[in-house]
Every structure is written in C-alpha cells, then in structure tokens.
Design a protein around this ligand. Structure first.
Ligand code: FPP
Length: 240
C-alpha cells in the first residue's frame, strides 16, 4: 500500500500533535463538548501506547492553549479535571511503560490541584527513559518566545551575556523545549490548516501532516498512516 507505515524506514524521533476536533466530534453525536474531550483522552492513551511500541522518543501534545482560557468556565473546569484525573489514573501505567512526563507552558496559571498532580506524575516518571511525553498546557508559542527574550534581557542587564553571544543554535535553550529536539513531524487533526500559536520556533523544519479525522477518532492506524506519509518525504532543510 503506498504510504503505508514501514517499521524498517526512519521513525520520526519527535512527533508533535495539535489535537483538534473534540467539540465537533461531540456535536456530530449530539453530545456535550466535554464528552469529546473525554473521548479525546482515550486517543491520548492509544497514541501514547502506539508511539512507545513504534519507537518514537518524544511526543508533544497541545492539550490547552493560552487562548483556551477564554472558553466557558464549565469547559475549562472540565478539561482541567480531566487532565488531573487522567494523570492520577495513569501514573502507574506511565511508569510501567517507561514513559516520562514533562510539561511546557505557563503552568503557574493552572489550578493548584492540577499543578500538584502534574508534579507528582512528573516526579514519579522522572527516571523513565523510554518515550518522553510533553503536555503543552496554558501554552502559547509567542508567550514562550517573549518569556525567553525577557530572560535574555535580564541576563544581559546583569552582565551575564551580551547580544553577540546569542545564536540560532543557543536561543532554543531559553525555550520550554530546551531539552527536546525539534519535532520531525507535526500532526493536526480535524482538517484545519493552522498552527494556532504552537511551537512556532521549533517547527521551522518539521514535516506537517493534516488529517480530516477528529482527534477522538484518531487512533493507532491513523498515526501509522501519518508516519508512513512522513517516511516518504524527502527532507532537505533548505538544501538540495
Ligand atoms: C481541541 O478540540 C482540543 C482541546 C482544546 C483539548 C485537548 C484535550 C484533550 C484531548 C484532553 C486530554 C488530554 C490529556 C493530555 C490527557 P476543540 O475543543 O477545539 O474542538 P473543536 O474545534 O471541534 O471545537
């Protein structure tokens, strides 16, 4: 089958996902939006398991953007509760499956109960060295870049660094993703052709894959299709 996933070909080391379409999935079934998020959490579980099996090293999931705070209170609370519940329920299986959890974003904005659970799961999985799962929460790429610029300005004011020392190579050390290679593959579900303030710096050379499938329907076969598509692309990084 053309474009089918081939375990013998290059596996993307880092996959980033804009999980979109939970609301539309729910609407199309006459359900409440939060039901779409709940089903979306099952896709998270399935994709995590598949990434571990396939040998992907980093998975970054856009779970809550800095703009998502504008959603109705009931939806924000539902998402935070779902996240907290998911982490609590899944920490032991994350440990068992050698998955390490990390977060990126303005975590200080999250409710205390979510922050506490996040920290617990981060600590409990810190020694794992299989797949690293980055969850983007209260994340906005422009905010991340401005935050890095502020850190650099403060460093400069203290005489710790001068402008000439800043390079394309070392700027990434000031981003949330300092310890993580750039994504090889960016997947967006639900057919929207937008980046939505996600990893703007980091996806400069990522391959982009967009599928019409809503996130709650996105499971292992869809992931394998995306990886198969990626495996047949020729990455040139601006060269020939
Ligand atoms: C986008 O769909 C999805 C989100 C804003 C939330 C994603 C969150 C989850 C899948 C919950 C679980 C996450 C983890 C990490 C356990 P949308 O609501 O914007 O959909 P729409 O565009 O169809 O309205």
């Amino acid at each position: 089958m053309p474009g089918a996933f081939d375990p013998e070909l290059t596996i993307p080391e880092h996959i980033a996902v804009i999980m979109d379409g939970n609301g539309r999935w729910a609407k199309s079934r006459g359900k409440a939006r939060n039901e779409g998020h709940r089903e979306g959490a099952k896709s998270v579980e399935a994709i995590l398991e598949a990434c571990g099996d396939i040998g992907v090293k980093y998975l970054t999931l856009y779970a809550f953007s800095s703009e998502n705070w504008k959603r109705p209170r009931s939806e924000v609370d539902g998402l935070m509760g779902l996240l907290t519940h998911f982490l609590k329920a899944k920490t032991s299986s994350l440990i068992q499956n050698n998955i390490r959890l990390r977060v990126i974003g303005a975590i200080e904005m999250l409710p205390e109960s979510s922050r506490k659970q996040l920290q617990k799961t981060i600590d409990a999985t810190a020694a794992n060295d299989g797949l690293t799962l980055y969850v983007a929460l209260s994340y906005g790429s422009r905010e991340e870049i401005v935050r890095a610029a502020r850190t650099l300005m403060d460093k400069s004011a203290r005489g710790e660094m001068n402008s000439g020392e800043l390079t394309v190579e070392n700027f990434g050390q000031f981003l949330y993703t300092a310890d993580c290679p750039d994504p090889d593959l960016l997947i967006r579900t639900s057919g929207e052709f937008r980046i939505s303030n996600f990893l703007l710096w980091q996806i400069s050379y990522s391959e982009i894959y967009i599928t019409d499938v809503y996130w709650p329907d996105f499971r292992r076969p869809h992931l394998e299709e995306a990886i198969g598509d990626y495996q047949r692309r020729h990455r040139r990084y601006g060269g020939l």
